[in-house]
Design a protein around this ligand. Structure first.
Ligand code: SF4
Ligand SMILES: [Zn+2]
Length: 158
């Protein structure tokens, strides 16, 4: 078994350079939460980073996706890879080409979507009936707590 993990191959959680440092910390913490249960920890990391999308790359991507299908954290991995704009490799059962296609389709105003671990991302998940990950749930809890505190303060209550 290889002792290198997919994250080593990849560099840990290179969150989008556009995200704020708070969002980045949230997404790094989120990565820490699920990555320990990754089915690909036991696999050769190279499998998940095919050099090409055609020829032998097709079978390689299929093999990597088969591992994702039996991975207990596939939902988190999938959402994390999208929210941190992972450019390369198979993550959460999705190839880099599939992620790129999705990114292109989702850019009506040229702005990147809010990263996971924010209230905006939580609201987006709700609107699109997407699975809501733990980072976004936590952001939403914080958001509500802060809103309640503001409302109380406005009424002069302790
Ligand atoms: S979903 Fe796939 S890439 Fe993500 S942690 Fe699981 S096995 Fe690894
Ligand atoms: Zn999210």
């Amino acid at each position: 078994m290889s002792t290198r993990t997919k994250a080593d191959r990849h560099g840990l959680a290179p969150s989008s350079a556009r995200s704020s440092s708070a969002a980045r910390r949230a997404s790094d913490a989120w990565y820490e939460q699920w990555s320990g249960q990754a089915a690909c920890r036991e696999e050769d990391p190279e499998l998940f980073f095919p050099a090409r999308h055609d020829g032998p790359g097709v079978a390689q991507i299929r093999e990597a996706k088969a591992i994702c299908r039996r991975c207990p954290v596939v939902e988190d991995c999938h959402a994390w890879a999208l929210s941190t704009d992972q450019e390369y490799g198979v993550w959460g059962g999705m190839s880099e080409r599939e992620r790129r296609g999705r990114r292109e389709r989702r850019k009506p105003n040229g702005r990147p979507p809010a990263p996971c671990g924010t209230e905006s991302a939580y609201q987006r998940h709700l609107r699109s009936s997407e699975q809501i990950d733990e980072a976004c749930r936590a952001a939403h809890r914080d958001h509500r707590t802060a809103a309640r505190a503001r409302a109380k303060a406005a009424q002069g209550r302790p």
